[in-house]
Structure formats: C-alpha cells, structure tokens
Design a protein around this ligand. Structure first.
Ligand code: 13P
Ligand code: SF4
Length: 328
C-alpha cells in the first residue's frame, strides 16, 4: 500500500492522483474513519470545510493535550508537521498520518537542530524554553516547551534571575519579555503569516470602523501588538470574541479562525487584519492550506504519509512536552 501511494505521487504529482469518478470525499472519509478506527484532529487554521469534518478542533495546546489521550488506532493530523510530530511523541503507540508531509512551518524551518545546538552552547547557564512550533530535534534540545496559551505562565514559573533562551519566535519572545519583565535571549525566527500585517492598513481599517476592537496573536510584530485592544493565543482570541461585548473585531491572526468566530458569534462582525500586500493572501498560512479534502481521503485510504521518529528522538523530545503539560 505504502509504496503504491508514494509511487503514484512520484509518477503523476499529487493533483493528478487518480480517484474514483464522482467520489463523495466527505462520505468516504467518514466510512474509512470508522473502518480503520481513526480520528481526525484539526487546527483552527485549516479551511472551514476541513474544520467541519474534524473530530477535535483546537489550538496547539488543546491539540497536544487531546492527542495524548487518544485511544483510536490512527490519528489523522490536519494541521502542520510539528503538530503531528507532537501528537506522535505524546502517543507513540498510535499511527499518526498527515494529509501532506510538505505542510511545514516557517518558524520550525527557521531553527535547524544543529544550528540551535551551537546557539545553546554559546549561552552557558541558560535554560531553553521552546515554542511548540519547532521540530522534534529542537524539542529534544529544550528544557520545556510552551504554546502561546501557556507561555507567560511557564516563563513566570522560573525564578526571575534564571537565564533563559527562548526560541524560535522572536515576536512571541519579545512580547513575553515585555509582559514578564525578563530578558530572555531570543532566537531570530518569525511566522511568515503574523509578521506580514501592515500597521498602516490596520489603522486605516480602524479609522473606517472605529467601533471595532483590534485583537492580535502574540506572533505579530510589536507595532501591531501595541495597537491591539487584546492579545492572545488562537483559543484566547476566540474566547474573547465570544465573551466580550463588542460586536466588531479586526482580527490579526490566520484567517482560518474567523470561521469559528463567526460560528460562535453569528451576529458579530469579523474583519481580517490587512497584510502588507492584501492581494497575496498573506493572512492564510500556505502550509496549513496545503491540506485538502482529497488529501485527507488519500491519507486515510493509504494510511500515508506517516510520521516516523526514532525511539531515541521520541524519548528525548517527550520530557520537555510533558513538563509543559504539567505546568499548563
Ligand atoms: P496557537 O495554536 O498556539 O495559537 O498557535 C498559532 C500558530 O501559529 C500555530 O501554528
Ligand atoms: Fe507556522 Fe505561522 Fe503557519 Fe503557524 S501560521 S504554522 S507559525 S507559518
């Protein structure tokens, strides 16, 4: 089966992988899920169509917490590679598959394990706190992992004079330094979606809609965070729009979350924050959007591509993630 799928992709490229004519992908996915005892985990940034067929939808923290407890045989992880790796590390007995192995992350890609190891050696006496958006190799080099939901709490769990390296997101790191009063040494990585927001255009939009609140993910650059009325992780932003009284929001994070905001708040208005080039679809994470319904179907059919990690790496990367879950 495995070789078959790989060979077909190599031969015709993914878009031309043949499927049965007139296939109802959604119905087939539901059938295969039942037949193979599989569950679908999805991140808020995938398309609304894929969000709607996920068994569990969440931000990075909720997905990690949920993945650890799954008893089904197969986890189909619809998000990006580091998230699926985290699920495998937390639940190594399960087969973890993804719709597209190329769904990576600019933050994770900014931190090759060997370079990061050298960086750590240059800073003796520092502990290493890594954002979950990194490879298993980088996790294995870290003392504790954080997500945007728990980063502040975990940083503050260390003594004030503790020297800390924070990687890979310099924007989240800067934000954490500002709210915790720490001076963590930052790795120079950024998210290609969140660093593309245009402060000028956001202010123009706010002038057009003075009744709108600006809400932003801490992966955004400092100038955007400075004009935000509320800063929080994806789940925190979603909860804020649900519990807060304002009826209009300018949302500076990946556009996929607008689907859930709108579903939970049908009477409220959500405006995507504009990017430097509003014609480029910069608010979409091109990695997250590599996932498609056809790829979900094929992944379940062939049980491929699968996340495979060496035993040694699984073990080394596990402890810093478990430490995060304990501290969350
Ligand atoms: P959260 O899911 O922690 O909000 O992170 C956002 C993100 O960029 C995921 O890649
Ligand atoms: Fe990575 Fe940014 Fe995409 Fe999240 S939105 S997966 S941080 S590139």
């Amino acid at each position: 089966m495995r070789n078959n799928y790989q060979k077909i992709i190599e031969k015709c490229g993914f878009v031309d992988v043949p499927v049965e004519t007139g296939i109802d992908f959604k119905a087939e996915i539901l059938r295969l899920k039942k037949e193979k005892n599989a569950v679908i985990l999805g991140h808020y940034y995938i398309t609304p169509e894929l969000q709607d067929i996920s068994d569990f939808l969440g931000d990075s923290l909720a997905l990690a917490q949920h993945a650890e407890k799954i008893i089904a045989d197969i986890i189909l992880f619809v998000g990006v590679h580091f998230m699926a790796e985290t699920a495998k590390i937390l639940n190594p007995g399960k087969k973890v598959i993804v719709p597209d192995m190329k769904a990576g992350c600019s933050l994770a890609d900014s931190t090759p394990g060997a370079d990061f190891e050298r960086f750590i050696r240059l800073h003796p006496g520092h502990i290493v706190i890594s954002y979950i958006n990194c490879s298993a190799e980088v996790k294995a080099l870290s003392d504790v992992i954080v997500t945007s939901s728990n980063a502040k709490k975990i940083v503050e769990s260390f003594p004030k004079d503790q020297k800390i390296i924070f990687a890979p997101d310099k924007n989240l790191g800067n934000y954490l330094n500002s709210v915790t009063g720490r001076s963590m040494v930052l790795w120079d990585g950024a998210c290609m979606v969140h660093e593309k927001y245009s402060l000028e255009k956001i202010i123009d939009l706010k002038n057009e809609h003075p009744d709108a609140e600006i809400i932003a993910h801490p992966e955004c650059e400092r100038p955007v965070l400075m004009v935000a009325d509320y800063i929080g992780s994806t789940t925190a932003l979603l909860n804020y729009t649900t519990t807060n009284k304002s009826h209009k929001y300018i949302v500076a994070t990946e556009s996929g979350i607008l689907h859930q905001m709108q579903l939970k708040n049908p009477d409220k208005i959500f405006l995507p924050a504009p990017s430097i080039d509003s014609t480029c679809g910069c608010n979409d994470c091109s990695f997250m959007k590599l996932n498609s319904i056809k790829k979900l179907y094929l992944a379940l059919k062939y049980e491929e591509p699968e996340i495979i990690l060496s035993k040694e790496l699984l073990l080394k990367a596990r402890n810093p993630i478990l430490r995060m879950l304990e501290l969350s």
